[in-house]
Design a binder for this molecule. Structure first.
Ligand code: FAD
Length: 434
């Protein structure tokens, strides 16, 4: 029988850490999670779980519970700064993928993973209020230095360590001190939620704007939110901005940004009103963390945002972390007595591809079509989108992107057109009032 009983420390009880612990447990390892905060709370706003992420959740036996807290993504539509449609594509099963793409509140998803981890691993395996401050290792294992919330310090010993301690990872800093300096990109992100009536049937993600002015992404993350009968809608605005601290919980004031969307007129959604009605708004500077040359130091490895902090665009942070979790556990199984070899195999399987995604996200990914349209029209309304951005050209951009992130579009290789224009009345019309 294969010996899969390695005793593995997972640092961080974010989505990546909890999912990794669940996978390790599923495959017979003995994980212990150390989390710095003394109480887990459902923090954050929306995240977009791609089809490959839903497949991971399904594989853990959590699909029905996930469906109950999330919204099925049916379609994804792009608009210029006048609300004219430029491109549309279907999502998830509606595009022909085997799994759904779903929108969910990051904190609600984390709490689902936490509850299930408590049930499956037991409460003793998840140590809250225990921040890891450093590691040291020898040929047989790893020692972690812990600082508890009450100030107590202690050392714990494990066979191996998977560090899922997020964008400010202390483990990454110890491994690569020379790579620790983050750089502000010049872009500020405003992340908010609004409780409102659903728009367009309640399953559409909207991508709006001109990157030279400001852009916005909008999607529903919960139907009948907390029994209110209304939908919780997540929105993210990007503008040029001043550098601020890199903190997911930094509260922001959106009022100065709202007028930037004066010209955006959609028949089914008043975006300015949506921002005015926000329940919460967070400010987040887009920070460049350089891709790393390696994720492994002996029996210690990085995973999730600790390994590949990226601009939080396109749902890649969380989905790629889920894929990391699958692969690291698979590679440990293939090297049952040598965690270092397992970690090296995981690094080889994942790092290069994920680093390409990190760099692609800096360059806007498929959102680049909003810039292309703005530049080709000199920031003005267009008459016929096909003259500005032919469907085939946009399809090519999207298909390359989907392949890059590990979800090649069904049908594209066979030459099928995969994008489309919706039948909304304003598709080709120049709005009369501007
Ligand atoms: C509070 C918060 C809110 C977020 N909101 C959003 C959002 O709205 N939209 C979005 O796209 N992404 C958000 N993210 C990021 C998103 O969760 C990640 O991009 C993705 O899920 C990968 O998760 P992760 O587990 O690698 O990192 P994280 O989600 O950042 O989790 C890291 C965990 O490690 C813990 N930790 C950190 N240092 C230590 C240490 N030294 N010892 C022990 N534990 C430690 C942290 O407290 C945290 O629980 C948020 C992250 C956080 C922490």
């Amino acid at each position: 029988m294969t010996d899969t009983s390695l005793d593995i420390a997972v640092i961080g009880a974010g989505p990546a850490g909890l999912l990794t612990a669940l996978r390790l447990h599923q495959q017979g390892f003995r994980p212990t999670v150390y989390e710095v905060v003394p109480e887990l709370k459902p923090l954050g706003v929306g995240v977009d779980i791609k089809t490959v992420g839903t497949a991971e959740i399904d594989d853990l036996g959590l699909l029905e519970e996930f469906r109950a807290i999330s919204v099925d993504a049916e379609d994804s539509i792009f608009y210029n700064h006048f609300g004219q449609e430029i491109y549309a594509e279907k999502c998830g099963v509606h595009m022909g993928y085997l799994h759904e793409q779903r929108f969910v509140h990051r904190g609600t998803l984390q709490m689902l993973f936490y509850r299930v981890a408590l049930e499956r691993l037991g409460a003793a395996a998840i140590v809250l209020g225990a921040g890891v401050t450093a590691y040291s290792q020898d040929a047989d294992g790893v020692t972690l230095d812990l600082r508890h919330t009450d100030g107590r310090t202690e050392q714990v010993r494990h066979d191996a360590v998977i560090a899922c301690d997020g964008i400010k990872s202390v483990i990454r800093r110890q491994m690569f001190p020379e790579m620790a300096e983050p750089h502000f990109s010049g872009i500020t992100m405003w992340r908010g939620t609004t409780l409102m009536e659903p728009y367009r049937g309640g399953h559409t993600i909207l991508h709006i704007g001109d990157p030279n002015i400001s852009t916005m992404i909008v999607y529903p993350i919960a139907d009948d939110f907390e029994g209110t009968g209304r939908t919780l809608v997540n929105w993210v605005v990007e503008t040029q901005g001043e550098e601020t601290i890199e903190d997911w919980n930094q509260v922001g004031d959106i009022t100065e940004v709202i007028p930037l969307f004066d010209t955006v007129k959609l028949p089914f959604l008043d975006v300015q009103q949506m921002m005015r009605d926000a329940r919460e708004v967070y400010l987040f500077p887009l920070i460049r963390h350089e891709p790393l040359d390696g994720w492994v130091d002996g029996r210690v490895v990085l995973l999730g945002d600790a390994a590949h902090a990226m601009f939080p665009r396109g749902g890649n942070g969380i989905t790629q972390a889920m894929l990391d979790a699958r692969v690291v556990v698979q590679k440990l199984l293939e090297h049952p007595t040598d965690p270092h070899a397992g970690f090296v195999a995981y690094d080889e399987a994942r790092r290069e591809g994920v680093n390409r995604i990190v760099m692609n996200m800096r360059g806007e990914g498929y959102e680049v079509i909003r810039r292309m349209v703005a530049e080709r029209t000199d920031g003005k309304p267009f008459t016929d989108i096909e003259d500005v951005l032919p469907l085939a050209e946009a399809d090519e951009i999207f298909s390359k992107y989907h392949a890059l992130v590990g979800s090649p579009r069904p049908g594209f290789e066979a030459g099928e057109a995969t994008g489309y224009r919706t039948t909304d009345a304003q598709v080709y019309a120049v709005p009369a009032d501007r």
